[in-house]
Write a protein that binds this ligand. Structure first.
Ligand SMILES: Nc1nc2c(ncn2[C@@H]2O[C@H](COP(=O)(O)OP(=O)(O)O)[C@@H](O)[C@H]2O)c(=O)[nH]1
Ligand SMILES: [Mg+2]
Length: 266
């Protein structure tokens, strides 16, 4: 019984590894934004995943076409094509070695352009769950050395709230500054268009393009840019230096200059 479960998890994990490889090459090829759904078990990630991507007639035309159920193509209102990743994990009652394996899916999410933290706002444990999710993400950030992508929150299961509570949360969501939020029901579709607009707004707001010249001593910076940004062009100069043009999320730009202060323009 438990063996069955472990086997299933192992297979899931293999799928994740495959997704990761496919996604990496897909991103390189297409430069399309990648959005990952994270959140506590039962928060409604998979329901939202299906709601956003399921009805999409173009799903089969995804350039990084894959039968993998955890990654799908969808359309943003003006940016167009994007990829959506569903994740599992945040399961606290699994044996430690399985939690370790689940981290692979979560590391996958660390490579996304945007994290969407899905919360079940109808659950009495919502706040504790959200904290647990943030703890896991912080751990991942430490373990992988990858900075967390920008994040927004989906306040899900609006349909289970009283009208008063829903109104109050909808109002509060509009006021959140640090982590933008939107009240949604993945079940009824309420708020989903607003969510797509928000995803797009954050993606658009969040990126800058920088040009820089790297010397032989800047190998680490170059690797960092490849890992964390979208390299638009890269060419060797006669001097032996490398000229790069890179698109970086704005918070990553700050992290880049913090880590490589010598490369910050005067
Ligand atoms: N009432 C209601 N139920 C939801 C909503 N979103 C998800 N659910 C239900 O919550 C349960 C868990 O959803 P699921 O998408 O599997 O959560 P996941 O573990 O985060 O992927 C399922 O029974 C869903 O039908 C919602 O907006 N409203
Ligand atoms: Mg799920």
């Amino acid at each position: 019984m438990l063996d069955d479960k472990i086997l299933r998890l192992r297979r899931d994990l293999d799928d994740v590894k495959r997704t990761r490889a496919v996604q990496r090459s897909g991103r390189k090829r297409s430069g399309k934004p990648v959005i990952a759904l994270v959140g506590y078990t039962n928060a409604g990630k998979s329901t939202l995943f299906n709601r956003i991507s399921g009805a999409n007639v173009f799903a089969r035309d995804m350039p990084f076409a894959t039968l993998d159920p955890t990654i799908r193509r969808f359309d943003l209102p003006t940016l167009g094509e994007a990829a959506l990743i569903d994740t599992v994990g945040f399961i606290t009652d699994l044996p430690t070695h399985l939690i370790d394996s689940f981290q692979a899916t979560l590391e996958e999410a660390m490579q996304a352009d945007l994290l969407v933290h899905v919360r079940d706002r109808s659950s009495p444990s919502d706040v504790d769950q959200a904290e647990d999710v943030m703890i896991v993400l912080d751990q991942l950030e430490n373990e992988t050395g990858l900075p967390l992508p920008p994040m927004i929150e989906v306040w899900n299961k609006a349909d289970l709230l009283t009208d008063d509570k829903a109104d109050a949360l909808s109002f509060a969501a509009r006021g959140t500054v640090e982590t933008p939020a939107v009240l949604v029901s993945a079940l009824t579709g309420r708020g989903v268009e607003e969510l797509l607009d928000l995803i797009e707004a954050v993606l658009l707001k969040g990126a800058s393009e920088i040009e820089l010249v790297l010397g032989a001593q800047d190998g680490r910076a170059r690797a960092w840019l490849h890992q964390n940004g979208e390299v638009i062009s890269e060419s060797a100069l006669e001097t032996g230096n490398v000229a790069m043009s890179v698109r970086l999320a704005n918070d990553r730009l700050g992290q880049f200059y913090a880590q490589f202060p010598g490369l910050k323009p005067d």
